[in-house]
Design a protein around this ligand. Structure first.
Ligand code: GLC
Ligand code: CA
Length: 515
């Protein structure tokens, strides 16, 4: 029924592969594990799957530090497993998106290993190498997202290199045409294997400028947030003034778009990005000939949003993109506490209300314009796991700030499948990479898929109904957001149909009326 491209209305299921399903008993999820759960995912009626990185990686940032973009981390399987996986995803009628990390690689990547040796090797200019200031200090005042300076000194070159995240994630120099070409070749490698699209990691942190770099300006609006990570000095700077979101990044997005367009079948590019003004940055990234869409952060606030906050978040995002499918909403991902806990607290609801609230939020996010990314476990109304012992934590960001700030392990614990099985069916290992949460066992995936009336089954029924509504499937038009203090109301409109969608946070129900 749709006149739109698949990605303009897609419901995209996000898998964090380390935590989905372990097939060989080492306590770590893997590609064969994912293959064994594809029927469960297809049963939901989602359109596509996005898998977080499974490439070769020392796992300092759990795959977002890639040491070989064209091979699979042995813990996760082989390229043969990948081919088997994509064939089955396609057989089940779904698209497959993978996660490419263009801004930085691992310090163990052969490119960086060579580059750091001297100032005149063949890869010497593949990273941002800059001389110290006369007093020996770092070239600019830039700070890293994960704490500390964005510059680390390399004695062999007597120079600093740039890293916007961990020192083990050196920023690639996209001013170098060889680097840009290497990333186009990576895109081709995966498009040739049949991949339908990429989630492009942290594209605002790509740097294609050349030294001398400028200092970031101070952020005159900085207020000390309540959460420890909001108190990092990082937020005292305006990043779009120098460090992030510089115009030269668009050489990357334009080259990627040209590559995607040279393939059949609507290959899709969705950029993850942030900035001092994220909406403006999203518009720039999706200008003609650039990325198809960007991943919208408005609903992902770390400590949740009030109903009024949700309204404002939706309103400001759609103001820029109404009539288009150039954005993707999400309530949860592998970087923030699970929405089942975050929003529950913020909306003043009780734990018994979590399933009803989660179903309501799933319906809300899939009724907005553009695509939606649903994080694994949202279909089970999983809670955030905030009782991981400090000595079992894995996320370097959390380890740095625990116990005041827990980082991202809380949303990354292994999926559970059968309450009756060891480790909830995730793995036969004695120990899993992060502990399986006992609080998840009553909402195990396969148990819930078998249970009539579960969130999984109600969401599946809802998605089947959604697919039949021209208002959702053949136009991306949405009215102003209205409703009382505990309601969100809007109209979705196409040529054939206008649907009034009402989400009530007192009764925790969604109603739809043709008007
Ligand atoms: C993105 C990823 C996050 C990662 C970071 C650095 O924000 O979602 O998990 O740590 O980029 O690659
Ligand atoms: Ca495994």
């Amino acid at each position: 029924m749709s006149d739109l491209k698949w990605w303009e209305t897609a419901v995209i299921y996000q898998i964090y592969p380390r935590s989905y399903q372990d097939s060989n008993g080492d306590g770590i999820g893997d590609l064969q594990g994912i293959i064994s759960r594809l029927d469960y995912i297809a049963g939901l009626g989602v359109d596509a799957i996005w898998i977080s990185p499974f490439f070769k990686s020392p796992q300092k940032d759990f795959g977002y530090d890639v040491s070989d973009y064209c091979d699979i981390n042995p813990e996760y399987g082989t390229l043969d497993d990948f081919d088997q996986m994509i064939a089955k995803v396609h057989d089940l009628g779904m698209k497959l998106m993978i996660d490419i990390v263009p801004a930085h690689c691992s310090d163990q990547h052969a490119w960086f290993q060579e580059s750091r040796q001297s100032r005149d090797n063949p890869k010497a200019d593949w990273f941002h190498w800059v001389d110290p200031l006369p007093d020996g200090s770092a070239p600019t005042n830039w700070l890293s997202f994960f704490g500390g300076r964005a510059w680390t000194f390399e004695p062999r070159r007597q120079q600093y290199y740039l890293h916007n995240f961990l020192p083990e994630q050196p920023n690639l120099n996209h001013a170098n045409p060889d680097v840009r070409q290497a990333f186009v070749d990576i895109a081709k490698f995966w498009f040739d294997r049949g991949v339908d699209g990429f989630r492009l990691d942290a594209v605002h942190t790509i740097n294609a400028d050349s030294a001398p770099y400028q200092n970031n300006l101070a952020n005159p609006d900085f207020v000390l947030g309540e959460l420890p990570q909001q108190q990092q000095p990082f937020f005292r700077q305006l990043h779009d003034s120098a460090q992030l979101n510089q115009p030269s990044i668009q050489q990357f997005s334009e080259a990627y778009r040209a590559c995607a367009d040279s393939y059949e079948g609507d290959r899709y590019l969705m950029g993850e990005l942030h900035g001092d003004d994220p909406i403006k940055a999203s518009q720039t990234f999706t200008d003609t000939g650039r990325l198809h869409a960007t991943y919208n952060f408005n609903l992902l606030a770390w400590d949740g949003l009030s109903v009024d906050g949700l309204k404002q978040a939706i309103t400001s995002a759609v103001a820029a993109f109404n009539g288009t499918g150039r954005l993707s909403f999400a309530f949860s991902n592998h970087d923030v506490p699970r929405v089942g806990t975050r929003q529950l607290k913020n909306l003043g609801l009780t734990d018994a209300q979590r399933p009803a609230m989660q179903l309501l939020l799933l319906k809300l996010e899939t009724c907005l314009i553009g695509s939606t990314c649903v994080y694994m476990g949202e279909e089970l109304a999983l809670s955030d796991v905030q009782d991981i012992p400090v000595d079992k934590m894995q996320d370097p960001w959390g380890i740095e700030f625990a116990p005041v700030f827990l980082g991202r392990d809380t949303c990354r614990t292994p999926m559970v499948w059968r309450k009756s099985e060891p480790n909830g069916g995730f793995s036969s290992a004695n120990q899993t990479w992060l502990p399986v949460s006992a609080q998840h066992l009553d909402s195990a995936g396969l148990d819930e898929a078998d249970r009539k009336g579960s969130v999984y089954n109600q969401f599946a029924e809802f998605l089947a109904w959604r697919k039949q509504q021209p208002a959702f499937m053949s136009a991306n038009v949405i009215s102003d957001i209205t409703g009382g203090p505990r309601q969100i109301i809007f109209d979705r409109t196409s040529d054939q149909q206008t649907l009034r969608c009402c989400f009530d946070f007192d009764t925790l129900t969604a109603t739809f009326e043709e008007v």
